[in-house]
Design a protein around this ligand. Structure first.
Ligand SMILES: Cc1ncc(COP(=O)(O)O)c(C=O)c1O
Length: 444
């Protein structure tokens, strides 16, 4: 009789090892909790890396998806489907400024669409058109003006794993072994207005792209002053201001838009989303402003129409099934007042974590339910960790043993990214688990 292979054996033999996985084999979930194959329960404070915004198997989402599964799953983008149109309208309303949406499948793919938008703008447009009283008056088209192809991104940023994504990302570790990089990306220090000024002024710069709260980089919010400076500089130079809201958008910071939590008066020219947008179903999207653009050809047209028919696409983007799910997720966030919950629970978590006054914690920071717990710089040496074992990974493993899922970031940061409907009792339980793990560390 042959025994069927274990889950770990299946992965060892058949799954390409791009991920360093933790030895946790998850089988089911409900609300903020998941259970492994042996029935062991965990409190899920990672939510699939900021994806499962309503936790697991929210009954309204399950019901809506069941209904859509029985109606229409996929059609291709050769045809019109109601859920995609409705979701596009919902997202434009969320941004709160006129524009249009393109749907894709992931964050990296959404960002690719932003890089392509930037290329189109730099190759085919002179810049933003002049407006008077909200109406485009056009300017003088200059077909011979130098092309602009440079995209500025931030040190420590993360924009995805495609070739464009790793070139855009401001971290060397994602690039190693994949050289040469896609041309045209320059990285500057995050939150440094002088460097931004120089970079926007440099000839050939066409776009500035940033995460309003750096997620993979370790939970670092951009300052309001920086966002306002970026907007003013980009306007002055007819440069696109692009926000990557893949991790911080759609509720995580306690507002629909991450930038609204930081500087609500600033509006980008385009935004990318993924992760929490559909609460766990694979969906990415971009919003592009309808701001008028002066084309080299003399025409004036909205920025959101630059990616015209035949210029971009994807087979699966915006299927009726996934769009129906995303619409339901966004409605639940509104109906259950989860933006407010994210703000309140985030504040409560930060206060409770700071109150621990643990010598092992250097800093607790965060915005809404995007929390970073930075471990002490000497954590590794005082705990005599094995060579090569990052303190963040060590702690995440200890927390797994204690029944709490969290996400490491770099060598010293733990991220808490719980579902937006997390309850006070669950926040307190997570703090208790962390506190008892810290108290039992075999360290001096
Ligand atoms: C800010 C940001 N942008 C882009 C991405 C890439 O998204 P995806 O993994 O869906 O391609 C991520 C993923 O962590 C992210 O945090």
């Amino acid at each position: 009789m042959s025994l069927s292979p274990s889950t770990l054996e299946l992965f060892d033999q058949y799954v390409i090892p791009t991920y360093g996985r933790f030895a946790v084999r998850l089988a089911r979930g409900s609300g903020c909790r998941v259970w492994d194959e042996d029935g062991r329960e965990y409190l899920d404070f990672g939510a699939g890396i900021a994806v499962s915004s309503l936790g697991h198997c929210h009954p309204r989402v399950v019901e809506r998806m069941r209904q859509q599964l029985g109606e229409l799953v996929h059609t291709s983008n050769l045809y019109y489907t109601r859920p995609q149109g409705e979701l596009a309208k919902r997202l434009v309303d969320i941004v709160g400024a006129p524009g249009k949406i393109f749907f894709c499948n992931s964050g990296a793919e959404a960002n690719e669409a932003l890089y392509k938008l930037s290329r189109k703008f730099g190759n085919e447009a002179n810049g933003f058109a002049r407006t008077s009283g909200g109406t485009a008056t056009g300017g003088t088209a200059n077909p011979d003006a130098p092309l602009r192809r440079g995209i500025i991104t931030m040190n420590g940023s993360f924009h995805g794993r495609t070739l464009g994504g790793i070139a855009a990302t401001g971290q060397d570790k994602v690039k190693k072994g994949f050289e040469p990089m896609v041309e045209g990306f320059t990285h500057i220090p995050f939150n440094d207005c002088d460097s931004l000024n120089d970079a926007v002024d440099a000839p050939g710069t066409v776009a500035v792209m940033l995460e309003p709260v750096q997620g993979e980089g370790g939970i670092y919010p951009v300052s309001a002053e920086y966002l306002r400076t970026a907007r003013a500089l980009c306007d002055r130079r007819s440069t696109l201001l692009l926000f990557d809201e893949v991790q911080c958008g759609l509720g995580r910071t306690g507002d629909w838009n991450g930038w609204d939590t930081l500087a609500p008066d600033v509006k980008p020219d385009a935004v990318s989303w993924a992760k929490g947008i559909a609460g766990g179903f694979p969906l990415g999207a971009i919003w592009v402003s309808s701001r008028p653009v002066q084309m080299r050809s003399g025409e004036v047209k909205p920025l959101c129409d630059l990616l015209g028919p035949g210029s971009h696409g994807t087979t699966f983007g915006g299927t009726p099934l996934i769009c129906a799910g995303a619409l339901e997720v966004l409605s639940i966030i509104e109906d259950e007042r989860l933006l407010e919950n994210a703000r309140n629970q985030g504040r409560h978590a930060v206060e409770a974590l700071r109150a621990l006054q643990s010598p092992w914690i250097r800093e607790v920071r965060g915005v809404g339910l995007m929390l970073g717990i930075e471990l002490a710089a000497d954590f590794g040496s005082r705990c005599a960790l094995p060579a090569g074992k990052a303190p963040s990974i060590y702690m995440v493993e200890r927390l797994h043993e204690a029944g709490l899922l969290t996400i490491p970031s770099g060598t010293h940061i733990l991220r808490w990214l719980p579902p937006l409907n997390v309850q006070t009792t669950e926040v307190e339980e997570a703090v208790r688990i962390l506190s008892s793990v810290l108290a039992s560390l075999p360290c001096h």
